[in-house]
Design a protein around this ligand. Sequence first.
Ligand SMILES: [Zn+2]
Ligand SMILES: [Zn+2]
Length: 278
Amino acid sequence: MSTRLVLLGTGGGPTPKRSRSAPAQAVLVGDATYLIDCGNGVGRQLALAGIAFTSLRAIAITHHHSDHNADLGTVLQLAWGADLATPVDIYGPPPLAAMMDAFLAFAGTDIDTRIADEGRPPLRPLMRPREVAADGVVHTDDRVRITAARVDHPPMHAYAYRIDSEDRSIVISGDTRPCRSLIDLARGVDVLVHEAMHLPSLDLPLSRTNGSRLREHLLGSHTSAADAGRVAAEAGAKMLVLSHLVPGDAPIPDEAWAGEAATEYDGPIVVGADLQAL
Ligand SMILES: [Zn+2]
Ligand SMILES: [Zn+2]
């Protein structure tokens, strides 16, 4: 069974953008799909990628910033509307279980109506939230093993995830500043998908009222493209994919992103694009 990675959304930050959808990755192993993060528009991106909603097997959320979780409930509700019939394991930091309950209340009118009116089964039993409280293996099935490692994204409780299948290993950094736990998780990995900021381009989008606070957050809780390269090099990752690009809507050429990372990493570098399959 071959494993494919599809970058569903590659733009970081909470504001919707013309050129990049919000962060989400699909790992496809045979006919099973594993989602890492569910930014806004993930359902639409799955449709554009031709990935069946009924193939969803597990979802892992790195942290509860809206660019990573805005459509977590929605994608499950929409998958259910598209005849999802098997339970989906959902992993993420607390308060994941309470958030899923709140979502079911929010969506209750639609869900109850479709059950009564269209004869659909209940949605709740298909959603299996499991809060991640510590590092280690969170999910195992006949296709993959998913391992979580706490990363450094203050003030959030945040994880990176590693997916190991029969033929491939993939790490998704989520949001983090450079940290040892991510380097350890990504040791020798086939593909490291890492968030990246293009520091020279940050001034313009930040010229707004909360600009200085936002800059402080970006520099203290995120990773530059060059540092993403350094993390990939230290981990011995076989390929670096830059994603969660910030700024995600600026006309920065791929060579500029890759050039920054290449100052620290001499392996293959991919500048992620929406719907790119790797
Ligand atoms: Zn983010
Ligand atoms: Zn974040």
